[in-house]
Every structure is written in structure tokens, then in C-alpha cells.
Ligand binder design. Structure first.
Ligand code: MTE
Ligand code: MO
Length: 435
């Protein structure tokens, strides 16, 4: 596995803008406790992070990075999240270790975070407005209360996966977040159907693509620049599983997962699911905002040699995510007492359904089927389990391989592409069987 590349350090972040760092680190506005000196909730959080009371906290300046954390991003916890591995902190990007994704429905504190820019100044639902404009008969401006009162609510577990999940395994390495396997989750979302809102605005026949806009700001601080603005073909927007959501697991959205309003286009590249959603514009052409062109969220139309420089004309926009699976129990490197163990996890296939999940204990020489459940609704991941028996004590690898309803199976090796996307290589874990 390629070495993790941490793009920005905590020290650098605090040195540049301590208040914003507080917001990113503690998930709340600076000044609420750490302006001046450490007190109240800020002090409690800081004590929890360093693992002890801080006797001299009265002298600890706001914005000071505890030396205990200075170069240890891995020990660094994001308030409201549990056990996520921080890949870089400006912007915050954090993934979930596979064994913490064991729940059938992903808890909020275990849903990954993928940010391109600075968080919006406010994530307050009060006064938030969503504009729907462009190729529509009646442009709309909707508050969150309007969305709740005018449209039918929908609550469903739905998968969200970053297109760059698995990038860390690319060889030659590709720049960008070095995600391993944990930029995926399937929490329960509540919102309204995007198609219902589009119907209310009245789509013109010329509307062929959406364009999504959010309130986060560009890392450069330039207000004229957008962080990310992707879109989807109108048919995908009309899919009843495409939602405008305001709740995550029965509570208002977590700030860094897009509060107070976001899109969810489950099964497609996570980047289609605009966070801090402020505007959906209907276009009469394929959207060309940041994230739609060049090497962003595009892959070669034909397989290429690893490291190849692919001309833009040969690149196509990513749509559905491919068939994939994860082993969430046991954790890799576990010791197994006895000669058998339950193995379990999830499998998903973007727009498709997973038809089979097979396991191998002998490096792919033979395979045995696991019990695979149907999705609880379209675009929820599918849970699977198996009781596996090991012939004798020793070192084993468990490999999981999902096959979708078109017969497409996960590959053994990475299908290389310049942006480091869509790595759906089989997940493997290591087990020591004590017998
Ligand atoms: N406004 C905005 N929306 C965004 C992003 C972003 O940086 N800004 N990142 C996108 C990407 S690349 C992914 S994978 C998902 C991640 O959602 P999460 O952070 O809630 O897990 O949000 C998408 N929506
Ligand atoms: Mo992403």
C-alpha cells in the first residue's frame, strides 16, 4: 500500500488561522470557548483529546496546538466522529477503518468526511435558502421548512462513496486524498425527492443536466472561485432515490456532512452529492463546473497503462460506482481462537444490485459463497455473513469478492487511471488462527 500523504499539518493550519482551525477541529464556531484562553466546552474537549486534565489550562492560549498532537494526526479526533483516520486537516478529510463500518446502518460518527474547501460561515438551518433555476418554467426559492411542508418526506439508508476511495493503492501513486477503503458509508437519510422539487419548478424540455452549488468557500479564500460544482444527467436526477436531505440518522445533518441541506445521489460518485446545498440550476448542456472537466471525476474510456498521460478527449465523466465489498468483521490482524469464525461485511454496486458474495481463504484458489441479503431499499448496501472454517492453525487471508447482477466481478488488481478513481479491488484481511 502506498504511503499516506498528509497534505497540510495541524500546526500549519493553526498558524494560518487559529479560529478557523478551531472550527475545523472542534466543529463549532471559534470564540465560543477558546477565544483568549481555554475554558468551558473547549477545555473539556481539549482535555479529552490529550487524555488528561490540564492543570495550567488558564495559561493555555487559544490556538495553541498541544504538543501531544503536533505531528500525530492519527491520534487526532474530530468532535462528533469516532475513530476516523484523518488524511489531512485543511480541508478536513477523514475515513473510517473497515472494522468500524460493521453496523448495517452507518452511525453518523462513523461516516467519512470529504471536503474540498473551507466550511461555510454558517450551517444554520434558520434562513437557509435553496434556489432552483435555469431551464425551468418557475424558478423557486425554498426554505428548509418549505421543503418539509410542500414535499413528501423520505427516510432511507443509502450509500455514499467517494470516487477516490481506494486511491492509496494506485501504483504509480496518484495525487489527491490517499483513501484506503473507508470513504464509504450507508447511513439513514431523511429528505425529499429531487424529482418532486424539479416537478414543482416545471422542467423545460431543454433541461438535460443539473448543476449543483454549495456554500463552502474556496481554499484560496477567493470568493469568486467555487470549490466544487458537479451535476448529473436529468434521468439520474429524476431517479426517486435522488434526494435533497436535511437529516442524517434521525438528527439534523452533522456540520461537516453538509448541514443544513445537501444532495444525495446514492450509488454515484460522492462528489455528485453536493453538501451545504444552496442552488440547483438546470442546464441545456452537460455541466462544466469545477469537478466536471479535465482529470476531475473522469476516467479513460478505454483501459490505459499505469502512469499513462491520457488526452482529455479520451476521458469520460464517472457515473455509477462499480461493484465492491468490504469485510467489517473480524478486524484485520485479529487473532482467532478456535478453528472457525464469523466473517461479515457489506457489498454494493452503484446502480446495480449485488448478486453474489464469495470468500476465499486460500489466496483466491477456491471460493465459497457467503449469505447475502437483499438491499432494504434500492441503493442501500447489502449485508453479508459467513461462518468460515480454517483447516489448521496459522496465518490466513480472507478475501471478499462481490459480483453484480450483470456478472461483473471485483478485480484482483487496481485498474489504473490518472485521477485515482473507482478502485474496486477485492478487500483482504489478515487473520492469525490460534486453533
Ligand atoms: N459543497 C461541497 N459538496 C461536496 C464536497 C465538497 O467539498 N463541497 N465534497 C464531495 C465529495 S468528493 C464527496 S465524496 C462527498 C462526501 O460527503 P461526506 O463528507 O458527507 O462524507 O461530498 C461531496 N459534496
Ligand atoms: Mo469524493
Amino acid at each position: 500500500m502506498a504511503k499516506r500523504i498528509i497534505e497540510k499539518g495541524l500546526c500549519e493550519l493553526y498558524a494560518e488561522d487559529a479560529e478557523r482551525a478551531d472550527w475545523l477541529v472542534f466543529g463549532r464556531r471559534a470564540g465560543a470557548g477558546r477565544r483568549g484562553f481555554l475554558k468551558g466546552a473547549g477545555l473539556a474537549t481539549m482535555s479529552a483529546i490529550v487524555g488528561a486534565a490540564i492543570p495550567f489550562h488558564r495559561h493555555m492560549p487559544a490556538g495553541l496546538i498541544p504538543a501531544a498532537l503536533a505531528d500525530e494526526l492519527k491520534d487526532f479526533q474530530i468532535e462528533g466522529k469516532d475513530g476516523l483516520v484523518v488524511l489531512n486537516d485543511r480541508p478536513v478529510n477523514a475515513e473510517t477503518p473497515a472494522e468500524l463500518l460493521d453496523d448495517p446502518v452507518t452511525p453518523t460518527e462513523r461516516l467519512f468526511i470529504r471536503n474540498h474547501g473551507n466550511l461555510p460561515d454558517s450551517t444554520d438551518a434558520q434562513g437557509w435558502k435553496l434556489t432552483v433555476d435555469g431551464e425551468v418554467a418557475t424558478p423557486l426559492e425554498l426554505t428548509i421548512d418549505d421543503l418539509k411542508s410542500r414535499f413528501e418526506p423520505v427516510t432511507q439508508p443509502l450509500q455514499l462513496e467517494c470516487a477516490g476511495n481506494g486511491r492509496a493503492a494506485f501504483n504509480p501513486p496518484v495525487s489527491g486524498g490517499q483513501w484506503t477503503v473507508g470513504a464509504i458509508g450507508c447511513p439513514e437519510w431523511t429528505g425529499v425527492r429531487l424529482t418532486d422539487v424539479l416537478d414543482a419548478a416545471g422542467l423545460k424540455p431543454s433541461a438535460i443536466y443539473t448543476a449543483h452549488y454549495g456554500a463552502d468557500t474556496h481554499l484560496s479564500g477567493d470568493p469568486a472561485k467555487l470549490t466544487l460544482s458537479r451535476g448529473v444527467p436529468i434521468e439520474r436526477a429524476k431517479n426517486p432515490s435522488s434526494l435533497i436531505v436535511f437529516e442524517l440518522n434521525g438528527a439534523p445533518l452533522y456540520p461537516m456532512n453538509g448541514a443544513p441541506l445537501r444532495l444525495l445521489i446514492p450509488g454515484w460518485a460522492g462528489s455528485c452529492s453536493q453538501k451545504w446545498l444552496t442552488r440547483i440550476s438546470l442546464r441545456d448542456q452537460v455541466h462544466d463546473g469545477p469537478g466536471m472537466t479535465g482529470k476531475s471525476y473522469r476516467v479513460p474510456s478505454q483501459p490505459v497503462e499505469p502512469g499513462a498521460d491520457v488526452p482529455e478527449a479520451n476521458m469520460a465523466i464517472i457515473g455509477s460506482m462499480p461493484v465492491k465489498s468490504l469485510i467489517t468483521h473480524p478486524a484485520t490482524n485479529s487473532q482467532i481462537a478456535g478453528l472457525s469464525s464469523e466473517v461479515r461485511g457489506h457489498a454494493w454496486a452503484g446502480d446495480r444490485k449485488v448478486e453474489a458474495l464469495d470468500l476465499s481463504l486460500d489466496f483466491g484458489a477456491s471460493w465459497q459463497p457467503a449469505e447475502l441479503q437483499d438491499p432494504v431499499n434500492p441503493y442501500a448496501w447489502q449485508n453479508w455473513r459467513a461462518e468460515v472454517r480454517f483447516p489448521q492453525p496459522g496465518y490466513y487471508e480472507v478475501w471478499a469478492r462481490a459480483t453484480d447482477d450483470q456478472g461483473v466481478t471485483q478485480p484482483f488488481g487496481v485498474t489504473w487511471n490518472p485521477g485515482g478513481y473507482l478502485n474496486n479491488v477485492m478487500h483482504r484481511i489478515a487473520l492469525t488462527v490460534a486453533g
